[in-house]
Design a protein around this ligand. Structure first.
Ligand SMILES: Cc1ncc(COP(=O)(O)O)c(C=O)c1O
Length: 159
């Protein structure tokens, strides 16, 4: 019988050997917490900051613009809550738009922002989320302008 082929790289992948080799010391000898003030922690912090500079160079951004997270759900939470709360504070915008086909980490965060932080939340119809027809791409914009009864100038889309 032939071997099955793994086709779920959107969920997780094997770690590249170069990454594995670079990381191995931090699972054994250099195990310090980079927030700790002792020498193990300081060594880990230096390595973390070097990694931040390396990634920033590849992405052509400032190291301070990079936030490392433990995974996708944490990144979704941080990006959505951080953006929604900061933009509302700066501009008063209070409306969130997303699609029903998002990952649960996105949908749950959006619902929490609605239920506990007072945002209004619109879910676009599923067929618009999945269509590749460019003619449908303006529909979501028209839809929420109509739903919230506002002009394009009134509307600031958060997510
Ligand atoms: C958009 C999105 N958010 C969150 C996750 C979950 O990531 P994690 O298991 O690292 O929390 C995935 C995984 O596929 C994802 O695609």
């Amino acid at each position: 019988m032939s071997e099955p082929i793994y086709l779920d790289f959107a969920a997780t992948t094997p770690v590249d050997d170069r990454v594995l080799q670079a990381m191995l010391p931090f699972f054994s000898d250099n195990f310090g917490n980079p927030s700790s003030v002792h020498r193990w922690g300081q060594r880990a912090e230096r390595a973390l900051e070097q990694a931040r500079r390396d990634v920033a160079e590849v992405l052509n951004c400032e190291p301070a613009e990079l936030i490392f997270t433990s995974g996708g759900s944490e990144a979704d939470n941080l990006a959505l809550r951080g953006t929604a709360l900061a933009v509302r504070e700066a501009t008063g915008a209070n409306q969130l738009v997303t699609t029903p086909i998002e990952h649960d980490a996105v949908l749950s965060t959006m619902r929490q922002l609605r239920d506990h932080f007072g945002f209004s939340l619109a879910l676009l119809p599923k067929r618009w989320s999945t269509s590749s027809d460019p003619r449908l791409q303006l529909r979501p914009v028209r839809w929420f302008l109509k739903t919230w009864n506002c002009s394009p100038l009134d509307c600031r889309i958060l997510a």
